[in-house]
Design a protein around this ligand. Structure first.
Ligand code: MTE
Ligand code: MO
Length: 337
């Protein structure tokens, strides 16, 4: 896996590879064609973003967000030789318990989520706390496209082209104090629009909470996303703002964030609170440490069916070991799962 972070000024015509042109066709990538386009594509900002990915429903983003997304930099992290998950699968097989516990529930129910206006609170051990309208919150950051694997702890996976920006850029802006050791994220709590929060399914103590160590949050692969497949996030994928941490199990990638807090203690996170012996705070993808009830050695890559289950070996840190293993050199990954 390569990380390519080039300046758009370095782009030229020769950078437009056959693979990147392929992305603009109205068909999806086949496995054979899935050597992902690595180059910065200078025409990105000029082309209608909707043309870049086939069969993507056009979004209904407010104009300010559509404009920000149209100015996204092509800075993909590559997932070599692996096809993108079709938009239809990525948006109809979801975990978002606020909208129900079945994989099809979020797509069916998340229409009730009101994402505009939206505000984000930054508080805790931070030099510049505040509450920001999402538009102002995003203003300082260049949006980038990142193609990442997403590996759920339930042993299925996808490859998704996100649009977002590194959390490190946010942290550099708001200035964590020396007491800040962790970052804590909170999802919207709104039983009115979130039927899962009204149900008797009393397992989760809402709101959904996740967290990272500060050095994990500072890693350039960790992003806050506002879009996918060249458009804004569909509600079921965590609109309008979600975390994406590609080397960790999917439950760390918290959706529909309303609060970001810098804290001195390790936060109590949702799945760890429910079943600490099954879901750890770190939740790094690790094929050698099984879940107590199933193996983590392999995964079903969506789309996956009875006759083509599309099973592959799970990679250490979800294939991002070269980039992130050094964060954990002092840690026993069996104990700190
Ligand atoms: N607020 C919230 N965030 C959440 C979840 C959730 O139930 N609620 N599910 C998590 C899990 S288990 C996974 S695998 C990913 C799924 O993201 P996707 O639906 O965009 O693929 O979202 C994560 N973020
Ligand atoms: Mo998950």
């Amino acid at each position: 896996m390569l990380i390519k972070l080039r300046q758009s000024s370095e782009c030229n015509e020769a950078d437009v590879t056959p693979e990147s042109i392929y992305l603009s066709r109205r068909t999806f990538m086949s496995t054979a064609a899935a050597v992902m386009a690595l180059s910065s594509v200078p025409v990105w900002a000029q082309s209608a973003t909707g043309e870049r990915y086939a069969e993507v429903e056009p979004g209904k983003a407010p104009s300010w967000l559509a404009e920000r997304i149209a100015a996204t930099k092509w800075n993909a992290v590559t997932v070599k030789g692996e096809a993108l998950t079709p938009f239809q699968d990525a948006t109809h097989y979801n975990n978002f318990y606020e909208f129900g516990a079945d994989k099809s529930d979020p797509a069916a129910n998340a229409g009730s989520l009101k994402t505009e206006p939206w505000s984000v609170v930054i508080d805790g051990e931070v030099g510049k706390p505040g509450r920001y309208a999402l538009e102002d919150f995003l203003k300082p950051y260049q949006l980038e496209e990142r193609i990442y694997r997403l590996r759920c702890v339930e042993a299925w996976s996808m490859v998704i082209p996100w649009i977002g920006f590194p959390i490190a850029a946010l942290l550099n802006k708001v200035g964590p104090t020396s007491a800040a050791k962790y970052i804590r994220f909170e999802t919207l709590k709104d039983p009115q629009s979130m039927p899962g929060q009204r149900s008797n399914f009393g397992l989760i103590d809402w709101p959904y909470v996740e967290g990272l160590r500060l050095d994990e949050a500072m890693h350039p692969l960790a992003i806050l996303a506002v879009g996918m497949y060249g458009r804004e996030l569909p509600n079921q994928n965590g609109a309008p703002l979600r975390l994406v941490v590609p080397w960790k199990y999917g439950f760390k990638s918290i959706k529909s964030i309303v609060r970001i807090s810098l804290v001195s203690e390790q936060p109590q996170t949702t799945w760890q609170s429910i079943a600490a012996q099954e879901y750890g705070f770190y939740a790094n993808v690790n094929p050698t440490v099984d879940h107590p009830r199933w193996s983590q050695a392999r995964e079903r890559r969506l789309p996956s069916g009875l006759f083509s289950p599309n099973v592959r070996e799970t990679q250490m840190f979800n294939g991002y070991a070269d980039e992130v293993a050094n964060l954990y050199s002092d840690l026993d990954l069996r104990k700190n799962y």
